[in-house]
Design a protein around this ligand. Structure first.
Ligand SMILES: Cc1cc2nc3c(=O)[nH]c(=O)nc-3n(C[C@H](O)[C@H](O)[C@H](O)COP(=O)(O)O)c2cc1C
Length: 215
C-alpha cells in the first residue's frame, strides 16, 4: 500500500507574530491565543493538547488529554496516576505539551515539569464531574490490558449498584497534574514557509527570555 502526499500544500497567511506586539510573559500570550481560538469557533476542543512523556522503556509517547485549567503557574490536566503516563511522570517529570489549532495556523510547544496538584484541588474537580465520569475513573485501570469490553461494562454495572445511595469520592489513583513550563514556543504560519517562531525560556521564577527562531 502506498499514497503519495507530496501535493498536499497550504499557504499560511492569516496572521503574524511580531516581538513588538506581544507580551513579555508567555502565559499572557498563551491566554490571548487560547481566547482567540475559542472565539474563532473553528476548533471543536481548543483545550485538547498532546502530552508527551519519556517512558520507562526509553521511548517518548504522546497522547491527547484535555487542559482543564491554566494559570500563571502552568497547565492542569486530569488522569489516572497509575496509567502509562502516570508511571512515566513518576520516573521522569520532564514532559512536552503541544497545541495545534489548524484554523488559526498556530502551534504552541511547551516543555516543563509535571507534578501532582494538591489532593484537595483534585477532590474539587472530581466532585464537579458527572456521576458517569466519576464511576468511569474508578472502573478503569487506565493503560492496563483487559480481557474484553464486557468486563469493563460489567464492572461499571456493579459499581452503579454499589454506589446507588453512596457518595462517589475520588479514588486515590486519579487526579491532576500541573505542567510548570520552562520554555514555551509559539509558531505562527506565514507565507513561503517563512513562519514566525518565538520561544520564551524561563530565566528565573518570573523572568522570561524571548528569542526568535528560524522557521
Ligand atoms: C480528545 C481526547 C481527550 C482526552 N482527554 C483525556 C484526559 O483528559 N485525561 C486522560 O487521562 N486521558 C484522556 N484521553 C485519552 C488519552 O489520550 C489516553 O488514551 C489515555 O490517557 C491513556 O494514556 P497512557 O496509556 O499513555 O497513559 C483523551 C483522548 C482524546 C482523544
Amino acid at each position: 500500500m502506498q499514497k503519495d502526499l507530496g501535493d498536499y500544500r497550504k499557504s499560511y497567511e492569516k496572521s503574524a507574530l511580531m516581538e513588538d506586539s506581544i507580551s513579555d510573559n508567555p502565559m499572557e500570550l498563551f491566554q490571548k491565543w487560547f481566547y482567540e481560538t475559542e472565539a474563532s469557533d473553528g476548533v471543536d476542543e481548543p483545550n485538547a493538547m498532546t502530552v508527551s512523556t519519556v517512558g520507562l522503556d526509553g521511548f517518548p509517547k504522546s497522547r491527547v488529554v484535555l487542559l482543564k485549567k491554566f494559570t500563571h503557574e502552568g497547565f492542569i490536566f486530569y488522569t489516572n496516576y497509575n496509567s502509562e503516563k502516570g508511571r512515566a511522570i513518576a520516573a521522569n517529570p520532564n514532559v512536552c505539551v503541544s497545541f495545534f489549532w489548524p484554523n488559526m495556523e498556530r502551534q504552541i510547544i511547551i516543555k516543563g515539569k509535571a507534578e501532582r496538584i494538591p489532593e484537595n484541588l483534585s477532590d474539587g474537580y472530581f466532585e464537579s464531574r458527572p456521576d458517569g465520569s466519576k464511576l468511569g475513573a474508578i472502573v478503569s485501570e487506565q493503560s492496563s490490558v483487559i480481557e474484553s469490553r464486557e468486563e469493563l461494562e460489567d464492572k461499571l454495572k456493579n459499581l452503579e449498584v454499589e454506589y446507588q445511595d453512596k457518595e462517589i469520592t475520588r479514588p486515590e489513583h486519579w487526579g491532576g497534574y500541573i505542567v510548570k513550563p520552562i520554555s514555551i514556543e509559539f509558531w505562527q504560519g506565514r507565507p513561503n514557509r517563512l513562519h514566525d517562531r518565538i520561544r520564551y525560556s524561563l530565566i528565573d521564577e518570573l523572568d522570561w527570555k524571548m528569542e526568535r527562531l528560524a522557521p
